[in-house]
Design a protein around this ligand. Structure first.
Ligand SMILES: [Mg+2]
Length: 399
């Protein structure tokens, strides 16, 4: 049994701004894009602003309606990177398995550190206190036996808190939660599950896995595994060269665009390009991300883990879902699609028995898509890129 922590800095950007200017601690404040723009977005808020129900990413306009005295500060990313590194240095005192997940989140595998530093919970508290005492920043920590539950744990109590989801109790804690609380479950998957009368994570855990796969493809087996506490993904060593070959592609528009259908067309095109590069390099990715840069220079960056793939349809579906969930109708200046956690297809990890059983069912469903993808690659090679595309089969309606 492993011991894994997920450490999440609370209101990170806002906390750093409050460190730089302590007066900001005593007023409701948020870090945002250009406050002059009606649709500038809130990137982070302090605890006082949170009490007004302000959330990220909501528009400045709507936040100001909730709290007219809200103080807005523009972001200073260099400071955030500096503090992010300082926090990681503290984590590294406790283990060399520290895997950054974003600028304010890290996974830590402390299995090998227990003899030196105490129980997982003791270590979680030690790290939390050390970050607070040396840097003046608070974190919330999830303690569990896998990465998924550690991450869900750090989300349950914040700020400045530790939540334990151990093997003995995970069913009591996780199973009553509604499905949309499950990591990586977006709006459209939630809707599909609700139609199947699956409301809680416990319902997923107890559902017929074959039926889940029929409805949701790979996502079905992934969710089934997570709901049952099976997530063997490792926490990388800190010095691992991360994503040396991560693939990304972006387009800066000559004029800002706010037409959803046009933006989705761009996303489709970018996904075609990146998935094609992936297949060309004989790689598969297990993380997909979108980066939306608005005309006020505020940026929304979202990532989602997916089952290892090189198929265009898998990638574009996630990207469009991320876009629909996060787009705030602001004019967009640039969109970037990124694929990371790449693995070459030759050194695919040995699958465990459970995965092998259902793998075959997935293969028959996905085999067709794989063939279609290769076919399109070949046709583009022969007839030119513009002549052949998947674009017209995608649902571009925003709901
Ligand atoms: Mg955070």
């Amino acid at each position: 049994m492993r011991s894994i922590l997920h450490c999440d800095l609370n209101g990170f950007f806002a906390s750093v701004e409050c460190l730089k200017n302590p007066k900001l601690k005593n007023v409701p404040m948020a870090v945002s894009g250009d406050p002059k723009l009606r649709h500038g977005i809130i990137l982070a808020k302090n605890e006082l602003a949170k009490k007004y129900g302000i959330y990220t990413p909501e528009t400045v306009y709507s936040a100001k309606k909730k709290c007219p005295n809200l103080v807005l500060v523009r972001p200073h990313f260099e400071d955030y990177h500096k503090y992010s590194k300082l926090v990681q240095q503290i984590y590294l005192k406790y283990t060399d398995r520290v895997e950054p997940f974003s600028i304010d989140e890290c996974f830590l595998d402390i299995t090998e550190s227990l003899e030196l530093f105490g129980t997982p919970v003791e270590i979680a508290y030690k790290i939390k206190e050390e970050v607070k005492n040396t840097l003046g920043l608070t974190i919330s920590v999830g303690v569990s036996f896998n990465k998924i539950f550690a991450k869900m744990g750090s989300d349950m109590k914040k700020p400045d808190a530790v939540t334990v989801i151990d093997y003995e109790h995970f069913k009591e804690i996780i199973h009553p939660l509604s499905v949309d609380k499950m990591l990586f479950v977006g709006k459209s998957t939630t809707a599909t599950l609700k139609k199947m009368r699956i409301d809680t994570i416990g319902d997923i855990a107890n559902y017929d896995v074959n039926k889940l796969v029929k409805k949701l493809g790979k996502m079905g087996i992934e969710l089934y595994r997570y709901a049952n506490g099976i997530d063997n993904s490792e926490v990388a060593f800190f010095d691992t060269k991360r994503n040396p070959k991560s693939i990304s592609k972006g387009i800066t528009f000559p004029e800002d665009i706010s037409d959803v259908k046009k933006l989705i067309d761009v996303i489709i095109k970018l996904c075609e390009d990146v998935s094609k590069s992936l297949r060309k390099d004989k790689m598969k990715c297990s993380s997909v991300g979108i980066n939306i840069k608005y005309n006020d220079f505020s940026v929304i960056s979202r990532q989602r883990k997916i089952f290892k793939t090189d198929i265009f349809q898998d990638i574009v579906n996630v990207c469009i879902e991320l876009f629909k969930e996060n787009y705030n109708n602001n004019p967009v200046r640039k969109i970037t699609i990124g694929l990371s956690q790449l693995e070459s297809q030759d050194d695919e990890v040995q699958l465990d028995l459970f995965t092998l059983q259902t793998e075959n069912e997935i293969k028959s469903k996905n085999g067709k898509l794989e063939n279609i993808n290769r076919l399109v690659d070949d046709m583009q090679e022969k007839f030119g890129v513009d002549k052949v595309s998947f674009g017209n089969v995608i649902d571009k309606n925003i709901n």
